[in-house]
Every structure is written in C-alpha cells, then in structure tokens.
Design a protein. Structure first.
Length: 328
C-alpha cells in the first residue's frame, strides 16, 4: 500500500519514520506541497493520501483524487471540516481521522494563552529584552475564584476543565450532548456566556457552531471577560470580536486559530505582504495573544497522531474495522 503525505514538515516525517519498521507493507512518501486541485494529480499511483487541517479537500479536489485512483484519505488530525464528506462517499473514498491525541497538549496550550494574554507575558518578555523593567501596562487579574466556561466537553474540554479547577476556578460547561459522568454543571450556552469570567472554546466547527461568538453573544458576556480559542477559527466572527475588543469588552483574548489562517498557517510569511489585515489588526491590540495553530504541537501528541494514522491505514489495508472512519 502506498500513501502520499501532503504538506509534510520535517517534524511530521520524524515521527512517522520512527514507526516505519512496524509497517513494512505500507510505503509512505512525504512532500512539502500542500493539497490543492493543482497538486492532487501528484497522488497518481498511490492508494491513499494523508492530509492535515490546512489541506483543500473540496469536491473538485476529491474528484481529482478519485481520478488518480485514490481510495483512502487519512486526516492526521481530529478535525475534518475541510473535507467534503458527501463527495468522498460518492467517489467511494474512505475518510479516516485521529479522533484524540494528547488532549492535555491542547488544553495546556489554551491555559498558556490565557496566562499570556492575562498577565501580558508576551509584552513583558519584549520589554525586559530592551532593559525596560517598568510594570506599566502589565497588570492582570487573578484566575482563582473566577468562573470558567468550557464550551464543548470532549477530551480536550474536560482536560481544560481540570486545569481550571486546579487554578481554583468554578467551572461551567456547555455541550449539546452533556456527559453527566463528568460531574460538571451543564448550563445553556447563553448562561455560560453571561456567567463566565473565562470562556474557552473546545468544540468542532459545524454549521451549528459557526460564529457562535458573534456580536449578539458578545453583548451577553461579562465586561472584562477572557476569551480563548484553540479549536477552529470559524467559531468566532472575527469582525465582531475586533469590535468587542475596541469596545473594551474583553480583558484578554488568546487565539491559536483564526479565520484567515488557512492560506498561510505553518508557513513563513515574514517576507510577504498579506492580502488581508485581520491578523495584523488583532496583533495590534495589547491584550491579544496569538499563536500559529500549535496547540497540538508536543512530542506526545505527534507520536499519538503518527501511531493512530498508521493504524488507520493498516486497518484499511487489511479490511479490518475502520474505527476512526468519518461518515455523514
């Protein structure tokens, strides 16, 4: 079985190569080019392709993959909102994902963003490098005793809830499918927005969750709320968020994902002028901390991603149960 890895970085290859001896019947090739309609033809002769969150898996691309003989799409991530599942089904292509990989990695990064934006450590670091030891502009707030609202109580959301409880915070939860075994108090999304001092988003991007943070929902949030998003950029209407920041609604905002990221995420764009200015506008605010979709980026998570991805491929190759298949 031959698999072509699109958009592969050195760190991707490092963790997959470690497992290569365990899968002698699977040949995998890495290329730096990401998956678009123009590059789908590179999959000719391969049984499957492996892609990440920033790949284009729209109907046209999937049709071209089918034309090249591809029967399997492996997503080396949990999200699959960039995949046209209806088209994949029509083309007879199976789609498998990695449903969980070190949820603590993402949750810990979410809290790191909270602490960075709240205590302005990103600004303090730069000031100290320039021998400026003034505390002006660096005041934060205590998290202890505050209320954290967790939107989405999957593995990552629950990991974030445990971290918040460790900080001495009261935790509220919202999920359309509550898990009473968690012991968390579930409330409506509206109540969570209006009652929380910290709101952390941990839900998939679906038509129902698209722009759940918008002008109206922001209006119901507490004054001085902290917002963090490590899930998908489309959960937040960026224009409405910027308006809220300018209205001093938010004490701090931490974003690992944002709506514009698909075109340049994981790429060095320092020598380019970006087509739009949304990211620059966000970076201009002193209470906003941005990172480049790196919540998953730990040794443990990358190991889990490689292991599960290759297990998915082996299950497909040997006609075993496809436990991680994504379907409509």
């Amino acid at each position: 079985m031959k698999i072509l890895f699109y958009g592969a970085k050195d760190y991707d290859q490092q963790f997959f190569d470690k497992l290569r001896p365990e899968y002698p019947d699977i040949e995998f090739v890495f290329i730096e080019s990401n998956l678009y309609k123009e590059t789908a033809s590179l999959a000719a002769g391969y049984d499957g392709i492996c892609a990440f969150v920033n790949a284009d898996l729209s109907a046209d691309v999937i049709e071209e993959l089918r034309h090249q003989g591809v029967r399997l799409i492996l997503m080396r991530c949990a999200g699959y909102n960039n995949v046209d599942l209806a088209k994949a089904k029509e083309c007879g292509i199976s789609v498998l994902r990695v449903p969980g990989y070190s949820p603590e990695a993402v949750a810990e990064h979410a809290m790191a963003l909270v602490l960075t934006a709240n205590r302005h450590t990103h600004k303090a670091y730069i000031k100290c490098r320039e021998n400026n030891f003034s505390l002006n502009g660096l005041m934060g707030i205590n998290l202890y005793g505050k209320t954290a609202g967790i939107v989405g109580t999957g593995k990552i959301g629950l990991a974030m809830a445990r971290i918040c409880q460790g900080f001495g915070m009261k935790v509220l939860a919202y999920d359309p499918f509550p898990n009473e075994k968690t012991g968390l108090p579930y409330v409506s999304l509206g109540q969570l927005f209006s009652s929380s001092d910290l709101i952390s988003l941990h839900c998939p991007l679906t038509p129902e969750t698209h722009h759940i943070v918008n002008r109206e929902s922001i209006s119901h949030m507490k004054e001085g709320v902290i917002l963090v998003n490590t899930s998908r950029g489309g959960l937040i209407c960026t224009e409405d968020l910027i308006a809220g920041i300018r209205d001093h609604k938010f004490f701090a905002v931490g974003l690992d994902v944002y709506e514009e990221e698909s075109d340049f995420v994981y790429e060095d764009m320092s020598e380019y002028i970006l087509k739009t200015s949304t990211v620059q506008r966000l970076l201009s605010f002193p209470n906003v901390a941005l990172t480049s979709h790196q919540g998953f980026f730990t040794e443990e998570a990358l190991t889990n991603i490689a292991e599960t991805t290759l297990k998915n491929a082996e299950a497909f190759r040997t006609n075993m149960e496809l436990k991680n298949e994504v379907s409509l």
